[in-house]
Design a protein. Structure first.
Lengths: 826, 366
């Protein structure tokens, strides 16, 4: 009986406490709203990034798994061999019915872009749909039994194409013909390609050949298939989807890192807002405690409140995030399409899944963020005087974290651990900042004479603010460190890329064409002084992995175009006369190949060949492992898609011929592009800058959020400063002077944080270049400490702080003295 | 990229899905869909003629000039404990719907296979195109054997004749069928020497012969056991210019192994404009075949049952007074529906009455 009464009383107490807190929110809506806004901003950033990344990744998967899923391998012909329908039929008759024949074609469009056509064996797809799945709802059956169209395309891809419409329907205009009728189909599995039945492709393009067979099914079934394959075919792990991910992984990782960073910063912002909320509530909590409410109840109710706020914040965040992602979509699409020739926008996303991810992260983050403020409140409630923490402890924790990061950096061998090291460094920086800021302010204070009372007061006030705003300082510090780190990394990458590309593009102009031999012959006849070079290319393999094999000219004048990361002493001699090969960083770092080491490759031209690493060259932006060999060791060029380099020899008349070629080329070869090297350099760097424009945007937003948090924190604390402000005003200090003092004080605090963040930002940048880049993309480049980048970050930070603080500081400064004095009477 | 429209569309889908699943039954069957109405749209190919002859073994092979053709095996197999395992294996060929290319010819193949027990149905279907090489009916070049195949489902004879032969196919990863088949009687030319009219006005006909005397033995690999089985099979091979005409509502077809080793095949074509037409063939125990028409056959449905949302006649009275046959034909079990892309009822039957026995019935258009 007594137990049940106690339970009932507990229940009543619980509800009453909830009621009290709810009333507090009604009275002070800004406090709760600040937390919700922080939560929503963090969640929106994370959602946008998740949506963009997930959509893009699904698009790549679909590109490699048209209309089907669970594809891990393809059956492909070996070098120089062909796969035909007899192979396909034989394998199917042996019981390998998970095979789907695919013929692949690429067509030029009118605007000189191109589109891929995938001819897929629909009949194999129906069989895979396994009876009951072949219903009118099934996407495959929608396509197969549609009698109005022969080709299908996703609506998002359709928008980039030109159509002509006649009585039979819509036809896509290719460079040399039209194909159709084309219908839109927005079902799952539609990648960025035009899709048709293999039979239709063979009908419309009689010269079609099978490209490969998709192997649909679990990985285990591939073993049996592998044994059944005839000698000219082999089972190739499906890397197209993975390749696409790798292709764009630089972009995605930047984006995800920024999204995560924004989320972490927002967690600090939340923690800061909660901290302020709890501090403001101390009086309420004390009264509740005096009324006999146990600490456990207060804690539980506060956690529930945080959970509720997290839920509201995450709902708002997801909605804003999805909207933001849709706003970003044109920029992201353009970036991915121009950089990697992949298109984003055809995926069907589970918004529920994304919401649950964000909600879970917000809930956990919110509760974790709540933990520290609650602990502090509990300490204040249980002890009469809070114990002063040893100010040096943050410093020692910082040293400890740095030591741990240093130790781990020697053992890192993957991207995840690289990120752990980065986190440790950033947190070490946070603790260092928390320890240093009061110490530095104290030192400055002792140096300032009391003859300057306003400055003296301002520094004392800054000291007071800093002791109460540790969490907000941390958020801002992280944002500044991340900004410095990312901007320096991007700037270093840009510098390295520009230098590399300027050296590499040593020709006077380049032609992008689908008929390379035809054009070189034409130039040889029409403009004999212009020297043309087609870079020979073929695919090779190294330990069953595909590698790009490219030719590099032997002539001395071309050698300067290749910039080496490192090379053996007689690199060109080894390259020309011996079995020396030049490999890109990606090849070297991913396969642990070093200078002078021997390795064996297999190519159509050389067969199995042992080579020596004579030089390692940077090859930024290329996701593939690449190998350069003398032209006589690489397959002769064919009349196909290629790039032709044009060189002007130092002979009289060459320039005139070149100008004439520039003038006539577009008219005579409408399907090809002739670009001068200087234009190409500009284009390349524009593309580079576009790649990072989104992440830099997120960077600024993160900084803005952190600045907003810091400002809010300072301003709320500043409300407690009314007595001092009243005193200063009563001494005759004018509003404008007070405003200037306040803005200067915040700017100086911001400058101090930025100065402390610079070494950690440099460290972060170094880690990003030398750990993350190496493990994620297998390339690295020198860190360039560009002072203008650092100054920009500092100025941006200070500007953001001043912008966010100006209006509230202006209002406070203009408060009439009488109003401040009224406050004293309360 | 998720656009606002996609977001809205997703929300609408979720709401619609919730509404639909809450308020409507799972599947509303289409009434009167003869093979889902899909096959009736085939172009008309070469017509069979009344004086046309069937020449075996040549006519076991494909007849590409005719647009519709099938090789149809049904069997009632039993294990040593007397458990029944009805089985169907059918290869359909259609042409007239697609033009040829370097990838395929005009033919399209569809195969249905089914194995049942009292409690379980295993059904599977396959599709393929002619000319690719993974489906066809031909004499194999390397072995000079008759073969009807689609992917790894294969009827493989020991020579150019249909039988003796082996039949192997899989229905799921854990259900495989491997059978040996031989004949113990002659082929039967249905109708008028193989010319089988489907309507009384002669508007539609096919070339149609059967092999009702097939002895089968073999192994059934089931999910939990391997079963040795044996029993009797019935094979039909039929080709025509088209499946039916647009006024055909469906058909009811029976092949029965009677207790005195005689056989009976009867079928009714239901027509929307004309009277229903009954035809059949009675085959005595010594292989003598007698053509039956509407005047010889008295048949009617006794009971309709609801199967997969459709009223299906599962219990029949069939009488051939001229031969003193009075049969009650009942479905082996109610649900023997082939839930295929083109769905229909195909199931084993039990025969009672003047004779006992087992058989199969195919009911389409319900």
């Amino acid at each position: 009986m007594a137990k049940s009464i106690q339970l009932m009383l507990n229940k009543i107490t619980f509800i009453q406490v909830l009621h009290v807190l709810f009333k507090e929110h009604i009275q002070h809506p800004i406090r709760g709203a600040a937390i919700i806004v922080a939560m929503a901003i963090g969640c929106a950033g994370l959602t946008s990034v998740l949506v963009i990344n997930e959509t893009a990744k699904q698009s790549y998967n679909m590109a490699s798994q048209p209309l089907v899923s669970n594809v891990h391998y393809v059956v492909a012909p070996k070098n120089g061999e062909r796969i035909d329908k007899a192979d396909y039929a034989k394998l199917r008759r042996q019981g390998h019915t998970g095979l789907v024949a695919v013929t692949e074609k690429r067509f030029s469009l009118l605007d000189n872009k191109s589109i891929q056509l995938l001819g897929i064996d629909y009949y194999a797809l129906i069989n895979l749909a396994n009876n009951k799945e072949v219903t009118p709802q099934n996407p495959v059956s929608n396509i197969i039994f549609d009698e109005t169209a022969r080709y299908f395309i996703h609506p998002d891809i359709k928008n980039n194409l030109q159509f002509e419409t006649n009585s039979q329907g819509k036809f896509i205009q290719l460079a040399d013909r039209s194909i159709g009728p084309v219908a839109e189909f927005a079902g799952t599995g539609m990648g960025p390609s035009l899709i048709a039945d293999v039979g239709i492709v063979y009908e419309d393009f009689p010269d079609s050949q099978l490209s490969y067979l998709l192997v649909v099914g679990e990985k285990q079934s591939a073993d049996m298939l592998s044994q059944a394959l005839p000698p000219h075919l082999y089972l190739k792990a499906l890397v197209t989807g993975e390749d696409a991910k790798t292709l764009t992984s630089s972009f995605h990782m930047n984006l995800f890192a920024m999204g995560l960073l924004m989320f972490v910063v927002c967690l600090f912002v939340i923690m800061n807002a909660l901290h302020l909320l709890m501090n403001k509530r101390i009086r309420t909590y004390k009264i509740l405690r005096q009324m006999g409410v146990p600490i456990r109840t207060l804690t539980t109710v506060s956690l529930m409140e945080t959970g509720l706020i997290s839920s509201v914040g995450s709902v708002m965040g997801v909605v804003v995030g999805v909207w933001f992602a849709s706003l970003l979509s044109p920029a992201v699409n353009q970036t991915l399409a121009s950089l990697y020739n992949v298109s984003v926008g055809t995926a069907e996303l589970s918004l529920l899944e994304i919401f649950l991810q964000c909600w879970g992260a917000c809930l956990l983050g919110g509760l974790a963020a709540c933990f520290l403020p609650l602990q502090q409140v509990n300490q204040k409630l249980t002890s009469l005087s809070s114990q002063q923490a040893n100010p040096n402890r943050w410093f020692w924790i910082s040293i400890l974290l740095l030591a741990l990061a240093l130790f781990l950096s020697f053992t890192v061998d993957d991207v995840l651990r690289s990120f752990i090291v980065i986190c440790l460094v950033i947190f070490a920086g946070c603790f260092f900042a928390i320890a240093s800021i009061p110490w530095i302010l104290k030192q400055v204070k002792t140096k300032i004479s009391t003859n300057y009372p306003i400055i003296h007061w301002s520094i004392s006030d800054a000291l007071r603010v800093s002791s109460k705003s540790n969490i907000a300082f941390c958020a801002f510090f992280i944002a500044v460190v991340a900004n410095i780190g990312m901007n320096l990394m991007v700037d270093s990458f840009r510098t390295a890329t520009q230098s590399w590309i300027e050296q590499r593009l040593d020709a006077d102009a380049y032609i992008y064409t689908n008929e390379s031999l035809k054009i070189t012959n034409w130039i040889a006849q029409q403009y004999p002084d212009i020297q043309t070079v087609i870079r020979q290319q073929e695919e090779g393999s190294f330990q069953q992995q595909s590698i790009e094999v490219r030719s590099f000219p032997l002539s001395k004048e071309r050698r300067s175009a290749l910039k080496f990361e490192e090379a053996i002493e007689n690199v060109w001699q080894a390259f020309s006369n011996k079995n020396g090969a030049l490999i890109n960083q990606q090849f070297a770092l991913s396969q642990n190949l070093s200078l002078g080491q021997s390795f064996t490759i297999n190519t159509e031209t050389l067969g199995k060949q042992q080579l020596l690493v004579a030089g390692i060259y940077p090859d930024y932006g290329n996701p593939q492992k690449q190998l350069l060999l003398p032209p006589n060791k690489v397959k002769e060029p064919e009349n196909g898609r290629n790039i032709i380099a044009l060189y002007l020899p130092q002979v009289e008349g060459a320039r005139i011929q070149f100008d004439a070629l520039m003038g006539t080329f577009k008219d005579t070869h409408q399907q090809s592009d002739l670009i001068k090297t200087e234009q190409l350099l500009v284009l390349s760097m524009e593309t580079f800058d576009r790649t990072f424009v989104i992440t830099q945007g997120l960077n600024i937003i993160t900084l803005l959020v952190a600045a907003f948090s810091l400002t809010t924190s300072i301003l709320i604390i500043d409300k407690d400063n009314a007595p001092q402000r009243a005193l200063i005003k009563s001494l005759g200090v004018g509003a404008n002077r007070l405003l200037v003092t306040t803005l200067t004080q915040y700017s100086m605090l911001c400058l101090l944080i930025c100065l402390l963040a610079i070494p950690f930002g440099l460290g972060l940048s170094w880690l990003l270049i030398n750990l993350v880049n190496v493990h994620a993309f297998h390339w690295t480049y020198p860190l360039v400490t560009n002072i203008s980048v650092l100054t920009n970050v500092v100025w941006t930070s200070i500007t953001l702080i001043i912008l966010t603080v100006f209006i509230p500081a202006f209002k406070t400064a203009k408060y009439p003295l009488l109003r401040e004095l009224k406050w004293l009477q309360r | 990229m998720v656009t606002t429209m996609t977001f809205l569309r997703t929300a609408i889908y979720i709401a619609a899905w919730l509404l639909v699943t809450a308020c409507t039954p799972q599947k509303e069957p289409e009434q009167n869909n003869l093979y889902g109405n899909a096959l009736t749209s085939l172009d008309v190919g070469k017509q069979v003629m009344p004086n046309q002859e069937i020449r075996l073994p040549d006519d076991h092979l494909s007849h590409p000039k005719y647009n519709v053709e099938w090789w149809y095996l049904t069997a009632n197999l039993f294990d040593q404990q007397g458990n029944q395992y009805p089985l169907q294996w059918t290869l359909f060929r259609f042409s007239g719907t697609q033009s040829s290319s370097a990838w395929h010819d005009n033919d399209q193949f569809m195969a249905h296979a089914k194995l049942m027990t009292k409690s379980t149905n295993w059904f599977s279907e396959k599709f393929a195109r002619g000319g690719v090489g993974n489906a066809g009916v031909s004499i194999l070049n390397d072995s000079n054997k008759f073969s009807a195949f689609i992917d790894d489902w294969q009827w493989l004879s020991s020579d150019i004749d249909l039988l003796p032969a082996s039949l192997s196919f899989d229905l799921t990863e854990s259900v495989n069928v491997n059978l040996s088949m031989s004949s113990s009687g002659p082929y039967v030319l249905n109708g008028n020497n193989g010319y089988s009219a489907k309507q009384q006005d002669g508007g539609h006909a096919s070339m149609y012969y059967s092999q009702p005397f097939i002895n089968i033995s073999g192994t059934l690999q089931l999910p939990e056991k391997v079963v040795e089985v044996s029993g009797k099979g019935w094979f039909d091979h039929e080709w025509s210019a088209r499946l039916t005409d647009e006024n055909t509502a469906g058909w009811d077809w029976f092949s029965l192994h009677l207790s005195n080793n005689s056989k009976l095949m009867v079928f009714r074509v239901r027509h929307t404009q004309l009277a229903d037409s009954w035809f059949g063939t009675y085959i005595s125990e010594n292989g003598q075949q007698i053509h039956l028409d509407g005047q010889d056959i008295i048949a009617s449905e006794r009971t309709f049952k609801l199967v997969r949302g459709r009223q299906i006649p599962l219990d029949w009275d069939i009488q051939i007074p001229k031969h003193n046959i009075q049969l009650n034909v009942t479905a082996f079990k109610e649900d023997q529906w082939n839930d295929a892309l083109f769905s229909y009822y195909e199931g084993a039957v039990t025969v009672q009455g003047s004779h006992t026995g087992v058989g199969f019935m195919e009911l389409t258009g319900y």
